[in-house]
Each structure stands twice: as structure tokens, then as C-alpha cells.
Design a protein. Structure first.
Lengths: 196, 196
């Protein structure tokens, strides 16, 4: 894979968010966008709260989708979903063949995360997955010049910036993640809550 | 209410669709759009399959929403939701103060509907609600010049056409309904199915 492949304005992007931790199973929602403009599809699956199945569930959800052949990028809202169900972005990239961009609103508090992971018998394994996600970079491209933080797998820094700029047209958060968040909160709580 | 009020490009519209009839309770999804461009919120509620609670459930969902003060239009995908749970659009308009536009992909088969309603002890009451929804007009405004059929309450024909044209930018179906459909099918079935 060429890390600096050509980014078309209508590049198909899957943005994934999770919902509130109300039950043992946590709903995850995927939105398929054409660039930042147009939602083309919605996916839904379930991961285990504080489990370690998120990478596999997301891989399966993507591979089973009729949009799989058109998808070019996966966007995640951080790498811990459904509590501390950490996503291995290198494995997700390897299994799906799709580059991964992780978007965070703030720099993660690793000390707090590491401390929480001490309560898990497999806390070291989870910590290794978090470390494997690589360097965190700060970028400023979205609306209002609000900085966001990113990690990446299978894609170069230039293309990450291009894609973030292409899709962050309504807020500092790329549309596929902003809308996945609206859907996940709206469906579970009855009305969406915006952080974007 | 002036039936030909001014239509702003970012007019807030609530589009409502229902999901597959898998259970006694059927999920309905509302999307709040700014014009045809930008999704601003997601609502979710439940109606009873073949019940007669859709008008009341939708009224409550709207009045409880933090978006209520900004909303200007309700868009429905036909007037029978969750089987034969018919929506009284005059009552919905009266209770919420929001004009209603009903969008249909094809002209309804009233003979078939009336025949199905004979199996309901309150079939006549449901039939009256359907008749009350008024005249069906054919309009051609969306992409590909595909005709759609509409009914309306609290809004004039000119404004209906303006709003359909403003919002039918990706298909012949207005965006609030197209996206509500993607969400409702995606969440219930795991992957959205497009009819638009």
C-alpha cells in the first residue's frame, strides 16, 4: 500500500463510534461517508463491555458489508471502545487492508489509563495494544482551528491531514465520526448528544 | 401560520422513518437536518406494531426534543408506520404547531389498504384518518426527475415544492427521510438497505 495514495473528494470512509455503557453488550455504529458530504450507509454491531473483542467484531462488520469493496479508510474515535475494549489498529489494518486514522479530541491521559488497566488480569496485554498504536500527533485542520490528536496505521501523515481537512467541515471532528456519534447516542438514549 | 412562510436554506427539518417489523414494538428514527445538507441530531422512539399510537408517540418525541424550538417542518415517509399504525397529520400539525409533508415513492394502493383494514376491529377509524390526510399531489423536483407523491398539513404547495427541491439533493427522496431510512435499517438489520 502506498502510504500517500491519491485522496479523491468522494473517498469512502467508515467512521465508528460506540454508545453509552448501559449493558454488558455495547452497540457500535459505523457510518459510511463519501468524503465529508454524503452518508451512504450505516452499520451496527455489538462489542463486550471491557472485553477484548472490538478488533475482531469491527473486522467482521467491515468484511461482511456490501460497502467493503468501496471503502478506503477506517476512522476511529480513540482506540478504547465500550469501556477498555482496546482496538489493535495494526491488526485492523492488516485484516481489512484498510488504513486506519484514530481521532482524539484531547491528548490521552496515559497515566490514568495505565492505572485503570491494573484492575484487569490481562492489563499488560491491553497496555501493549495501546502502545502499539504508535505516536500521537497534533493537527489543526478543522473548523475553528481547534486542534485534534491522531494516530495512524497504513497511511502517511500528508494523507491523514488531507482526509481530516476534507471531512471536518461542520466541526473540528470529521463528519463520519460526528454523525456516528449522533446516531449511537440518539438510538440508545432517545435523543442525540453532541460533543462535536 | 402563513402557509407560504419564507424557506431558509438551513431550515430545520425532522424526517421520520420506521424500521422492519421484527417485534411487537417497532423502532422509529428521526433525523434533524439543516436543509438538505447537514444532520444535526437523531431521535429514536417506539410505536406499537399495528397499533394506533404513532401520532401521539411522534408528538411526544418532538415536544421532548431539545431541537423542538428550532424545528420548522416534519417529513413523513407515507402515513402508515409500523404496519397499519396510521398517523393523523392534521393532529400532528395541531399538536406540534409544525407543518407536515408526507412523501411517497409511489401512489398508494387505496383498495389494497382498505381491504387490509377490514381485518381490524377499528378499521373504519383508521380509514377515516387516511382520508383526512387529504389530496395526493405528484411532484417532480428531485434528482433524475423521478416523480414523488406528497400530502401536506399546515403548508402551501409552493413551499412544499421549495423544501422538496432544497432537500432532494442525493436522490429523489429528501435527505432527512433518506438518512432516517439508512439509520433505521442499519441499526435493526446490522447494515442499511437503500431504497433511495
Amino acid at each position: 500500500m502506498n502510504l500517500d495514495f491519491h485522496v479523491k473528494p468522494e473517498i469512502r470512509i467508515l467512521g465508528i463510534d460506540d454508545s453509552a455503557l448501559l449493558n454488558e453488550k455495547v452497540m457500535i455504529v459505523g457510518t459510511i461517508f463519501r468524503g465529508g458530504e454524503w452518508i451512504d450507509g450505516v452499520l451496527r454491531s455489538e462489542i463486550t463491555r471491557d472485553g477484548l473483542d472490538a478488533t475482531e467484531v469491527i473486522t467482521t462488520m467491515i468484511k461482511n458489508s456490501r460497502h467493503y469493496g468501496q471503502l478506503r479508510i477506517i476512522m476511529l474515535d480513540g482506540i478504547t471502545y465500550g469501556g477498555f475494549n482496546v482496538i489493535d489498529i495494526q491488526e485492523l489494518y492488516g485484516e481489512t487492508g484498510l488504513p486506519v486514522i484514530v481521532v482524539m479530541r484531547s491528548y490521552p491521559d496515559f497515566e490514568k489509563i495505565r492505572s485503570a488497566l491494573r484492575h484487569f488480569s490481562d492489563g499488560e496485554k491491553r497496555w501493549d495494544i495501546i502502545k502499539k498504536a504508535g505516536e500521537i500527533e497534533k493537527i489543526v485542520t478543522g473548523k475553528n482551528e481547534t486542534p485534534i490528536y491522531i494516530q495512524k496505521a497504513g497511511i502517511g501523515a500528508k494523507n491523514v491531514e488531507k482526509i481530516i481537512r476534507l471531512t471536518s467541515i461542520r466541526s473540528s471532528i470529521p463528519e463520519p465520526l460526528r454523525v456516528a456519534h449522533l446516531i449511537a447516542t440518539g438510538i440508545i438514549l432517545g435523543e442525540s448528544k453532541g460533543k462535536a
